[in-house]
Design a protein around this ligand. Structure first.
Ligand SMILES: Cc1cc2nc3c(=O)[nH]c(=O)nc-3n(C[C@H](O)[C@H](O)[C@H](O)COP(=O)(O)OP(=O)(O)OC[C@H]3O[C@@H](n4cnc5c(N)ncnc54)[C@H](O)[C@@H]3O)c2cc1C
Length: 434
């Protein structure tokens, strides 16, 4: 059959756009389809877009460290002009408070040593110098605001922190996605918006294309599911879920935006901070604000939802995150009006993504990004392009996993790590931290 496209990519978030860019670099004719009006309007647009180099697993950290180099040279990666300008990466560094929950970062520092990822130990004196607004008393275990003892210190002080100098955040995740779209289009990639896929077509036991809402059929020998929190719906359309040991579902999340406390400029002097003693992560935000996300502490019930029907208003979860942060920053002003975002993570059973083929020849997936893969999108795109090329060339990736070279850190990544058929990875934090 004479196809107009070599691959149809369902979704134009940061990962869908990156796959298009990397396939286009290989000379493939790609078409991204997205039901929303522009690229990066799905969960990517709600992302805190934090860039960090540490994960709970060696392979996760290797992927993150390699990806860091792309953000450091974003203009070089994009390589073309976007009339909207380029997204900016702010390298603030990342502070992780040492707690019993993260085993004082000892397992992570061992991974950093193995990969040569820089880090420093900060004692409480240095931590107080860098963050004079911080109250270093312990508050764990994390509680709900209504629980007895909420806001009361629980004895002693935290045990310092580990500082990772390579890390920060991207100012505008949607613009970053648009940048990749423009770069992909410059290589011939096509994007269609306000276009919903409702069926995966199959012929002779393999993928044959998609059907759109309204009935239009598009032929393609390869279809890639990059539908974010809708990923499980697309996998069910393709009938591939039964062949997956690891599955995906949509988890509701709230991120609070609060003003920096009086007398401290968090935008200029703050860091990306991970603090499992209070169950929150935070980062500076434009306008001298602080973004506060949840580290999914055990006391918070997880809200698994239908991605087309969930509560988009702030709830008491917003209040919980802000009040938990106010334990650490007693001078934090708590706004009367809740601001921030309510959106969804696409979560796997072990909070590690699936970058893989499926049991249906020609159908691939980059899904289950579990609230932590924005940073990895450029390299994930390149890994998926390599995997698709190898599998379409006849390789049985399930039996003989593709290896992907990470040029900046001179390592090879076994892509079997991200397999849909893997056993649950017990090294994972089973949270957004990956
Ligand atoms: C609140 C929040 C905070 C986060 N913070 C961070 C962070 O600090 N650092 C980090 O690294 N990661 C973070 N993440 C995770 C990161 O944003 C995601 O991993 C990443 O954006 C996923 O990109 P994607 O392209 O896979 O998905 P998405 O951006 O969700 O894109 C999927 C697209 O598929 C489209 N789609 C779905 N179904 C269909 C259909 N049937 N037909 C056509 N189109 C369809 C959707 O419209 C959507 O645009 C965060 C996520 C959230 C929600």
């Amino acid at each position: 059959m004479d196809y107009s496209y070599d691959a149809v990519i369902i979704g134009a978030g940061i990962i869908g756009a990156s796959i298009a860019y990397e396939l286009a670099k290989k000379g493939q004719r790609t078409l991204n389809l997205d039901r929303l009006p522009a690229s990066g309007y799905g969960s990517t647009g709600a992302s805190c877009a934090i860039i960090r180099t540490h994960y709970s697993t060696l392979d996760g950290s290797a992927l993150a460290y390699e990806s860091f180099f792309t953000w450091k040279d974003w203009p070089g990666y994009i390589g073309v002009r976007d009339e909207r300008g380029l997204a900016k990466y702010f390298n603030t560094g990342v502070v992780v408070i040492k707690t019993e929950l993260n085993k004082h970062l000892e397992p992570i520092c061992a991974i950093m040593d193995e990969l040569g990822i820089p880090y420093e130990h900060w004692d409480n004196k240095l931590l107080s110098n860098k963050l004079p607004i911080y109250d270093l008393r312990k508050f764990s275990p994390v509680r709900r605001p209504g629980d007895p003892g909420f806001g009361e210190p629980t004895g002693g002080v935290v045990d310092g922190a580990v500082f990772f100098p390579n890390g920060g955040y991207v100012s505008d995740p949607q613009l970053a996605t648009h940048n990749i779209q423009v770069a992909a289009e410059a290589r011939g990639a096509k994007f269609r918006f306000n276009t919903e896929v409702v069926e995966i077509r199959q012929e002779d036991g393999r993928t044959a294309g998609v059907v759109l809402k309204g009935g239009e059929a598009i032929d393609a020998p390869v279809v890639v599911n990059v539908a974010g929190p809708h990923s499980y719906i697309i996998n069910r359309m393709a009938g591939v879920e039964a062949g997956m040991n690891i599955k995906t579902r949509a988890l509701r999340q709230e991120v609070a935006h609060v003003p920096s406390p009086e007398g401290f400029n968090f935008e200029e002097d703050g860091y990306v901070i991970s603090d499992s003693d209070i169950g929150c992560y935070s980062r500076p935000e434009i306008g001298n604000h602080i973004l506060v996300g949840s580290e999914d502490p055990a006391c918070d019930e997880r809200e698994w939802v239908d991605p087309d029907d969930y509560n988009r208003e702030f709830s008491e979860q917003w209040t919980a995150q802000v009040h938990r942060t106010a334990q650490r920053i007693p001078t934090l002003g708590i706004p009367g009006q809740a601001k921030g975002v309510v959106d969804l993570y696409d979560v796997t059973d072990d909070w590690i993504p699936i970058y893989d083929k499926s049991d249906l020849p020609g159908f691939y997936m980059a899904v289950g990004t579990s609230g932590n893969q924005f940073k990895n999108a450029p390299v994930a795109g390149a890994m998926m392009a390599a995997l698709i090329e190898a599998c379409e060339g006849g390789r049985d990736h399930d039996a003989d996993p593709v290896h992907f070279e990470l040029p900046n850190i001179a390592r090879s990544l076994d892509l079997g790590f991200f397999s849909r058929r893997r056993k649950i990875n017990t090294d994972s934090s089973f949270t957004v931290l990956g």
